[in-house]
Design a protein around this ligand. Structure first.
Ligand code: 3PG
Ligand code: MG
Length: 373
């Protein structure tokens, strides 16, 4: 039984990137070459088990896997009750998050899953920080459990990069919310030389520095925590001196550049300004190691993408060791065609940050206890 991360991006029922499916094929092959009959488990999105929609199904992924491998793929809708008995091909189970017990890590479901297989392989790095039945609970009850090759290589590369990073070490942390990344920013403040914050996160830091950010997205209850990080004498956290604002967010909205002291009550900050982008670029130019997660502005809309673009190109030109993680950040790399200039692209977002923060992941802990027992 392979727990894979087939949480692929979808639009109108179509898979928009099959990278995660392709990446898992060697794991499937390796299991088959060793005589395994393969059952695949994965989640897709965050469905509500009480209100499932057709678009929550993992069926399109099963079809894509059949195309990519040329093998027969048996799709198991009611896999907890019964699995198809197969001689060849691959069994792909319906989205594990259709079951309420998955995200609540139910013991009953974990035991049921364990009873379906002889060997459990955890190879879903992107979900390895989740305490769910298929990523965590099941490990206690299976006979044999191990980490798969993708999980191992992610952990190997991340550990190596974080052990003795060449300095200056610079982290770029963007995205909407401080609350989802506070722990990692605190940890990074202890190990980095500089932390560049962007997106909604930067707004909350501006508020912490006493700057009025008008109608911008900020998290009021995170302002104190941001203040503590700014006032500690750990990593420097430079703040924007100018920003790009608009009165509302849309493809048509008129972008205005201004100094942070000129932000009006009805302005919303959607990007850093050009002076700030240059200041951040020079920090990036001096870096020897860069960790990057999250875009710096609303890069999907042209007039708010300049900050993200300047920094993305600076990261690409720099010959420091660069680690990038997270779906949105990979989309930035794709948009500016700089994927090849990045040394390591992690398949995980949350798991990437969690591993940087704590040096471990819940699935790894469960696998270690299983090994000890
Ligand atoms: C991801 O895409 O980041 C992983 O598959 C984890 O998904 P989740 O954040 O819904 O648990
Ligand atoms: Mg995610």
């Amino acid at each position: 039984m392979l727990r894979l991360d087939f949480n692929v991006p979808m639009e109108n029922g179509q898979i928009t990137s099959n990278a995660r499916i392709k990446a898992a094929i060697p794991t499937i092959m390796a299991a088959q070459e060793q005589g395994g009959r393969v059952i695949v488990l994965s989640h897709l999105g965050r469905p509500d088990p009480k209100a499932l929609k057709a678009s929550d199904s993992l069926q399109p992924v099963a079809e894509q896997l059949a195309q990519l491998t040329g093998q027969q793929v048996h799709f198991a809708s009611n896999w907890v009750e019964s699995l198809p008995d197969i001689d060849n091909g691959i069994v792909v189970c319906e989205n594990v998050r259709f079951h309420e017990g998955e995200t609540s890590n139910s013991e009953t479901l974990s035991k049921q899953i364990a009873s379906l297989c002889d060997v459990y392989v955890m190879d879903a790095f992107g979900a390895a920080h989740r305490k769910h039945a298929t990523t965590y609970g099941v490990i206690t009850f299976v006979q044999t459990a191990c980490a798969g090759p993708l999980l191992k290589s992610e952990i190997g590369s991340l550990s190596k990069a974080m052990q003795a990073p060449e300095r200056p070490l610079v982290a770029i942390i963007g995205g909407a919310k401080v609350s989802s990344k506070l722990g990692v920013i605190e940890t990074l403040a202890g190990i980095c030389d500089h932390i560049i914050v962007g997106g909604g996160i930067a707004n909350t830091f501006l508020a912490a520095a006493g700057i009025e950010t008008g109608n911008s997205l900020i998290e009021q209850n995170m302002v104190e925590a941001a203040k503590k990080i700014l006032e500690s004498n750990k990593a420097s956290v430079p703040l924007p001196s100018d920003v790009t604002v608009a009165k509302e967010l849309s493809q048509e909205s008129k972008a205005v550049r201004k100094s942070i002291v000129d932000i009006e009550m009805d302005d919303q900050v959607f990007d850093i300004g050009p002076k700030t982008a240059q200041a951040y670029k020079s920090i990036i130019d001096s870096a020897r190691t860069i960790i990057w997660n999250g875009p710096l502005g609303v890069f999907e809309i042209d007039q708010f993408s300049r900050g993200t673009q300047v920094l993305a190109l600076a990261v690409a030109e720099n010959n420091s060791y660069t680690l990038v993680g997270g779906g949105d950040t990979v989309a930035v790399l794709e948009k500016y065609g700089i994927k090849d200039s990045i040394d390591y692209i992690s398949s995980g977002g949350g798991a990437f940050l969690e591993f940087i923060k704590s040096g471990t992941l819940l699935s790894l802990e469960a696998l270690s206890s299983h090994a000890k027992n």
